[in-house]
Write a protein that binds this ligand. Structure first.
Ligand code: UN1
Length: 504
């Protein structure tokens, strides 16, 4: 490496506009998975500072809700301009902290830009309905109002985009945001905040505390989860985390959007374009080192194409380039930490005990001892059992044969996760069945593309243990606003609904 990583990190943060020295003696170490070394030590928040941040956000809400939505959109438009200017730097922070390739890091910033552009348009389209009333001389309508403070909890693997899906919509909807990034990626959040602050400075008169970050662990997350001043908690992470956050927010009648684990699968049908399927599966299963919530983790291959597709996949697994993506053009970067490698090892051993044949999965010595690079694992399974039923956040693809599509769809839907899914087919009937009520039960169902890499225009999220929330495009904005039904009587009478009489 031409420049030490900690120095590159400091320079990159400074280029984003971070003026203060973040290095704090005794602060929380930020480890780059690229090398396993600490690139910074940052100060953390505690419960008291988290509560103050929420108070500031609640105060900001009182003003921000009164700013016309298209004007709020102007702030997001400026933010998108600043993001375009700092795309490379923010992408590099993603590479340093999450281990992604420059292309994936830049792609994540592009995803932010895209949702900002979407949100700017949305700021003039927060429409309510006008509804026919049963009473003469009356009008009925829906109005959408700002909701309140939105708490955003994000995961290490996408340190930026999910925050922005929430923040861009929340801001145009009139809601301040308080963000707790993963403990593993605080610097990306700090860099992003600096870029946002540049937009704020250009915007001028926004209330203080409109967008804040809280660096810390569960003790900070708990304050967000439990505070009655946080109207909506949008949390991305494991199903285990969601089982804690969801009920706690519900207990105080708060709203939540949960984007939790997936156990995403593809089905390869007899008529599939196998070259295309191969590339889509390779990206879906090995891209981002298997650390996307949308990563393809299971594959059902029809008997008639198994012996053509699976050997080709094994070759792709054996030859894929692995290494530090800032130093090489490797497609597969590191695992986030040793715990991820341990979990991968346990899953592979358990799969073997259940009759699976494992290809790959071993450590690859392409970096310092402290960094964890692995060859993605392809595991041929006799049936969908054991670890195949679970999401292991590592590059493992379990491959199974099928002969009957209905049975394959049954197996496809038999897991807890319900995020993303794909079918590879050129048969119209198979495609439509997969997309129909008796097909995939996931929030995302694709045809002839992989499970990952969704665009922002659609609603993003999934069913069952994925948590049921929807973020990003389509009408996901409604979760960030409260709906009022208004009935207006412009007549001189008082007819009651349902024909009820009440004469005094
Ligand atoms: C995540 O892994 O939490 O669809 C989000 C994708 C990306 C978002 C992934 N657009 O893979």
């Amino acid at each position: 490496m031409t420049q030490p990583l900690s120095e590159m990190t400091r320079d990159t943060l400074a280029a984003c506009g971070v003026s203060r020295d973040l290095e704090v003696a005794g602060g929380q170490a930020v480890i780059s998975p690229l090398t396993g070394e600490a690139v910074a030590h940052v100060a953390t928040d505690d419960a008291a500072s988290a509560a103050s941040a929420i108070d500031r956000a609640a105060a900001a809400f009182r003003d921000w809700r009164l700013v016309p939505a298209p004007k709020r959109g102007e702030l997001v438009r400026l933010f998108a301009e600043e993001l375009r200017a700092s795309k490379e730097e923010l992408g590099r922070l993603v590479s340093i902290e999450a281990g992604k390739s420059p292309s994936e890091g830049a792609g994540e910033v592009q995803e932010m830009i895209d949702i900002c552009d979407f949100a700017v348009g949305l700021s003039r389209q927060l429409y309510g309905l006008t509804i026919a009333t049963e009473r003469p001389g009356h009008r009925m309508m829906e109005t959408w109002h700002p909701l309140g403070v939105v708490g955003i909890i994000t995961a290490f693997n996408f340190p930026l985009a999910p925050w922005c899906w929430n923040a861009a919509l929340a801001l145009v909807c009139g809601d301040p945001v308080v963000w707790k990034p993963s403990e593993k990626t605080p610097l990306t959040a700090i860099g992003c905040q600096a870029v946002f602050d540049r937009a704020l400075a250009r915007f001028g008169d926004a209330p203080e505390g409109l967008s804040q970050i809280l660096i810390g662990g569960p003790e900070v997350g708990e304050v967000i989860t439990d505070s009655p001043k946080v109207a909506l908690v949008s949390a991305t992470g494991s199903t285990r985390m969601g089982r804690i956050v969801g009920p706690r927010v519900a207990a105080r009648f708060g709203r939540s959007i949960l984007e939790l684990g997936g156990n995403n699968a593809g089905i390869v049908c007899p008529s599939a374009d196998l070259d295309m399927a191969l590339r889509a599966i390779a990206f879906g299963a090995m891209g981002t080192a298997g650390q996307r919530c949308t990563t393809m983790r299971r594959l059902f291959v029809h008997d008639s194409v198994y012996d053509e597709l699976v050997p080709a996949l094994k070759r792709a697994y054996a030859s894929v380039s692995i290494g530090n993506p800032l130093e090489t053009d490797a497609l597969v970067g590191p695992l986030i930490d040793a715990a991820a490698f341990d979990a991968m090892g346990v899953a592979l051993r358990t799969a073997q005990e259940a009759g699976g044949t494992v290809h790959g999965g071993e450590r690859v010595e392409v970096g310092p001892e402290t960094a964890i690079y692995v060859r993605p694992a392809l595991v041929e399974m006799p049936a969908q059992t054991g670890p195949v039923m679970e999401e292991t956040f590592a590059p493992i693809l379990y491959v199974m044969r099928y002969s009957d599509l209905d049975a394959a769809i049954e197996d496809h839907n038999a897991v807890g996760g319900g995020l993303s899914s794909s079918i590879f087919t050129t048969d119209l009937r198979e495609m439509e069945v997969f997309l129909s009520a008796r097909g995939s039960d996931c929030g995302i169902a694709n045809v002839n593309i992989g499970t990952s890499g969704a665009e922002i225009g659609g609603a993003f999220g999934g069913e069952k243990e994925t948590g049921g929330g929807r973020e990003s495009g389509s009408d996901a904005w409604r979760a960030y606003m409260r709906r009022a039904t208004n009935t207006i009587n412009y007549s001189r009478d008082l007819p009651l609904a349902q024909g009820v009489t009440f004469d005094i």
